[in-house]
Ligand binder design. Structure first.
Ligand code: NDP
Length: 271
């Protein structure tokens, strides 16, 4: 019987994960079946139990179930514990939870775009689930300093406290950014979803800085356009992160690392 995998969410229709994982399985000649499954609110545990009985070996978890997945896992990796959320479940006798968004972001920037984090000043906008999921991986790259700026300052300060033992990190509001200079700025707010730009001051970018939006779309996002106006060295969207986090999940499940570059290219053509 073929091993089954799926992404669960609500809504889930627009998920790119089935496309990505099918490309990975073709490329690595792994015999598996990967689907997108719509799960009703409050029904995650029931779904996971039934999926497991039906030869389900692993699940990706997206909005709004990352917290539910965290709670139902029998064991968690350290990075998932700190992130407070799970996007990858491995199903065997026990249910193991992990999070691959942080690795996905760092691998996209460092491997695909050759961005160096070490000793750089990095700014992340937003303090929601996506940002919490990537902070540990960023601090593991030894940046000089990481600033978390958020509309609701308290959330940025909470994240600072959760991760402060891992490196130099600060939390603040957008209006405290006026005298900052950074080498890399990552938009982890959901502002782009509604075509908005977070209130970032001009002239915050160092020479040849990188601007990265976790959001992706066929056209450059408002944040990427802002980066272009500010003469950033590179303006990128989050499509590579999406594929890289999927590759890390695939590796957790199958022990094989797929080549992400052709899949990113192919996915871009479908947008
Ligand atoms: P959350 O709802 O958990 O958090 C949203 C964040 O955005 C909060 O910090 C919120 O601030 C802030 N925000 C919302 N609207 C605005 C605005 N108009 N101006 C300034 N700040 C704003 O969302 P997630 O963290 O789950 O997702 C954030 C983004 O990351 C989404 O665009 C999502 O698509 C993307 N993402 C991409 C991934 C990828 O693989 N490429 C993976 C995961 C997420 P406040 O706290 O004040 O409300």
């Amino acid at each position: 019987m073929t091993d089954r995998y799926a992404v669960i969410g609500n809504p889930i229709k627009h998920s790119k994960s089935p496309f990505i994982h099918r490309e990975f399985s073709k490329q690595t000649q792994q015999d598996l079946n990967y689907t997108a499954e719509l799960v009703d609110l409050g029904q995650v545990k029931k779904f996971v139990d039934a999926f497991k009985k039906n030869n389900g070996k692993g699940l990706n978890v997206t909005v709004p179930f990352k917290q539910d997945a965290f709670e139902l896992a029998d064991k968690l990796t350290e990075r998932a514990q700190r992130a407070g959320a799970v996007n990858t479940l491995s199903l065997s006798d026990e249910i193991a939870g992990d999070t691959t968004d942080g690795v996905g972001l760092v691998n996209d920037l460092s491997r695909n775009h050759k961005i160096i984090f070490k000793n750089k000043r990095i700014l992340i906008l937003g303090a929601g689930g996506a940002v919490r999921g990537v902070i540990e991986s960023i601090l593991n790259t030894a940046p000089a300093h990481l600033i978390i700026a958020n509309r609701t300052i308290e959330k940025a300060l909470t994240l600072k406290n959760i991760f402060s033992d891992l490196g130099s990190i600060d939390g603040c509001g957008f209006n405290e950014l006026n005298n900052e200079k950074v080498d890399l700025i990552i938009n982890g707010t959901s502002a782009s979803l509604s075509g908005e730009l977070p209130p970032i001051p001009d002239n915050i970018l160092n020479n040849q800085a990188t601007v990265y939006d976790m959001m992706y779309s066929a056209e450059p996002t408002p944040f990427m356009k802002w980066g272009q106006q500010q003469n950033a060295g590179l303006c990128l969207d989050g499509l590579g992160m999406l594929v890289e986090q999927a590759a890390e999940s695939f590796y957790i499940w199958r022990g094989i690392r797929p080549d992400t570059k052709p899949v990113i290219k192919k996915l871009k053509e479908t947008l």
